[in-house]
Design a protein around this ligand. Structure first.
Ligand code: 6R9
Length: 664
């Protein structure tokens, strides 16, 4: 069940612990009292956290669980997320504080204070209103990592519109699906973004998505909800234009008044939809509330990252297109009045020291990134970060996938100078906010373990029957009590919400991850137990890639597995059976493979492109016709193939093996 089994050995032997430095603990936002308070009265603990937000009308009820498993938190209060993230700081005299040091990949920079953001979000909100948007409408945002992405999200929140950010690396097809499922009225995009010195066009992908319901299209009737496309000029590249539909951001926004009264919404008003790979083919549109979500992200950001808003410079390297960007760039840090770095580009552009140059230049104090990035830096070698002054750093965070102890130790030693606590934070798009993590001033942490649930969160590891396992044993990770930032559902599909998360174990939220309690009861995350893969911290399912492959005329059948990969955690490996009589199919397997890899990139996006495609004559199947991915994973990971007794035809694996040795 667990696909990172190779890390298990470490877990049994890992006994190193790192206590918070005394100087850190002495000034930490969170002490052990935090656990005590939450332990005495969980709901009261969350009430206090919610009271740190700015409410227009106060709430009287904390949790309403009568419609379980859909929760309502603080539901009779009203507030606005943009007001909390921006206006409040200006109102309370913090307008001059820098909100963002923006660094574009080509080297352009912008400094935006909270007062600057205040002007921008109000102008953008007025522009949205003038384009006919109103409370409850959905807006798709397909932008590079530039300040307008943050402004666009907050402007939606300001008017009560629900944003659905689609990561800029997704293909036309993925964008089309997401626009369509949410019935977005507006798409906000850019001419393009900067990626490794190139201009990467975005607008043409939007045009293609919206044109796909045209005559003769494979998708009649889709995306008809879209009335306008708002286009940020980022790269200046030539852009096709649909008169009447397309509007330049600068034309629509810049002349607007910088006064806009936020829409005061009920706490349960949906703030955003974010699509994530599901175990069945189509992506799930998870949606989050306003009051509970904001409480969860602001609170965890304050206690896990120990944010001191007056002095810290915080940098989360995630893209705003992922949940980490939503929760720990936009809503959590901004609600807490953080000063942040926002970087448009990749870590090796124009050179492999780019991140460390940024840390040095802006004196970054808190860095939050992913294991895949850390392993990439390890591969590039420590002489690169060693050339920069990283002494401003005081806390390091990790998220997205299990961090192997070796990477954890390297991160702590090379980047953190052996003095910074490392917080390995486990959470999901569904959970909205961090659920398991050390508290940096309290926890003596172990390399590779996310340690314990954060205060106010109730988590367990259970066996197949839903019974808690003993220390020293593994099982399935579950959340046992509702929490404020939990997802409120899957857009338009309550049934799928219930069956995906609540039908596995009665009354428990099923996270889809395997976990182990060590002898001390600390938690070790072991990766997904379903067919979700984790490639560089991005969630993909085997099914969605298989669907893309079989949609190609050359492919008769396809099976996809996630194989362990040193840098990306897992890598996509596809096994395909081709139609040898298909029109135009090359005789050479390598040519077939490269064309199919490109096809997957176009269908889903570059992140889904298989590392390896193997053309095979047959796939291993059980007698009931199920593909045995476990055996294919053995092949992909160059292991001895496991038990084949349930195969309908046990010679299939021999054929695959010998075919591979033949050089395919
Ligand atoms: C925030 C985010 C969620 C899945 C989750 C798990 C994996 C995330 C992790 C981790 C081990 C950590 N995951 N953080 N596994 N240790 N610290 O990544 O959300 O994109 O929805 O992915 O990522 O498998 O179930 P999302």
């Amino acid at each position: 069940m667990v696909n990172v089994a190779h890390t298990l050995e470490n877990l049994h032997t890992e006994r190193r612990t790192f206590k918070p430095p005394a100087s850190f603990a002495a000034h930490a936002n969170a002490t052990s009292y935090e656990y005590k308070k939450a332990g005495v009265d969980r709901l009261e603990y969350w009430r206090e956290a919610a009271l740190r937000l700015s409410w227009k009308t106060p709430f009287t009820e904390i949790l309403d669980w009568s419609d379980a498993p859909v929760s309502r938190w603080f539901h009779d209060g009203t507030l606005n997320a943009c007001d909390n993230a921006v206006d409040r700081h200006v109102r309370e005299g913090r307008g001059d504080r820098v909100a963002f040091h923006f660094v574009g990949e080509p080297g352009d920079t912008q400094t935006l204070t909270y007062a600057d953001m205040h002007v921008r979000v109000q102008q953008a909100a007025n522009a949205l209103v003038s384009l006919g948007l109103t409370k409850g409408d959905r807006v798709a945002i397909y932008l590079p990592q530039i300040p307008e992405a943050v402004v666009a999200m907050l402007a939606c929140a300001r008017i009560g519109a629900i944003h659905s950010v689609v990561f800029g690396g997704f293909s036309t097809e993925s964008l089309r699906q997401r626009i369509d499922d949410a019935e977005a009225k507006l798409v906000i995009t850019a001419d393009g973004g900067n990626r490794r010195g190139q201009h990467l066009a975005l607008k043409p992908l939007v045009d293609e998505a919206l044109a796909s319901h045209g005559e003769g299209s494979a998708h009649p009737g889709v995306c008809e909800s879209v009335e306008h496309v708002l286009v940020v000029r980022r790269t200046g590249q030539d852009t096709a234009w649909v008169e009447g539909r397309d509007v330049w951001w600068h034309d629509a926004v810049d002349h607007q008044s910088a006064e806009h009264e936020p829409a005061w919404v009920e706490a349960e008003h949906p703030l955003f939809i974010l699509y994530t790979s599901g175990t069945t083919g189509t992506p799930k549109g998870l949606f989050h509330s306003t009051g509970g979500y904001l409480t969860g992200v602001a609170h965890t950001h304050r206690i896990v990252f120990d944010l001191k808003p007056e002095s810290d410079v915080y940098w989360c390297t995630a893209d705003v297109g992922w949940v980490t960007g939503h929760s720990y760039i936009v809503y959590g840090p901004m609600t807490n009045g953080a000063t942040q770095v926002l970087y448009e580009g990749t870590p090796n552009s124009p050179h492999e020291g780019r991140w460390w140059e940024i840390v040095e230049q802006y004196k970054v104090t808190i860095l939050y990134t992913a294991p895949t990035a850390i392993r990439t830096f390890m591969k590039w070698g420590e002489t690169i970060p060693n050339q920069y002054d990283l002494s401003s750093l005081r806390l390091l965070g990790s998220v997205g996938e299990p961090i192997n102890p070796e990477a954890w130790m390297w991160y702590r030693r090379v980047i953190g100078g052996d003095r910074c606590p490392v917080v390995d934070t486990w959470w999901q798009t569904e959970t909205g906010a961090i659920m398991i993590s050390p508290l940096p001033g309290v926890t003596a942490s172990k390399p590779g373990s996310a340690m314990t649930p954060v205060p106010g969160i109730s988590i367990d590891v259970v066996d197949d029957a839903g019974r808690p396992v003993a220390n020293g044993e593994g099982g399935y990770l579950v959340v046992t009590e509702p929490w404020p930032s939990m997802l409120r559902g899957i857009w338009g599909n309550r049934h799928r919400y219930v069956s995906t998360y609540w039908n596995h174990f009665d009354g428990l939220y099923f996270a889809g991850d395997g976990a182990k309690k060590d002898v001390d009861g600390d938690l070790w995350l072991l990766g997904r137990v379903d067919d979700v893969m984790n490639v560089s911290g991005h969630r993909l399912t085997t099914t969605e890639i298989e669907h893309a492959l079989v949609a190609h005329p050359w492919v008769a059948e396809a099976a996809v597995v996630g194989a362990a990969d040193e840098v990306t955690g897992q890598a996509v490996v596809a096994f395909v059976i081709v139609r040898s009589d298909a029109d135009g199919i090359p005789a050479d397997g390598d040519e077939v493979a490269s064309a199919l890899r490109e096809h997957v990139r176009r269908q889903i996006g570059a992140l889904a492109k298989p590392r390896t495609i193997l053309v095979v004559a047959e796939l291993p199947k059980t007698r009931s016709g199920k593909i045995m991915r476990r055996l294919l994973r053995d092949v992909a990971e160059h292991r001895e193939v496991g038990d084949v007794t349930t195969l309908a035809d046990s010679s299939v694996m021999d054929a695959i093996r010998s075919g591979l040795e033949g050089g395919a």
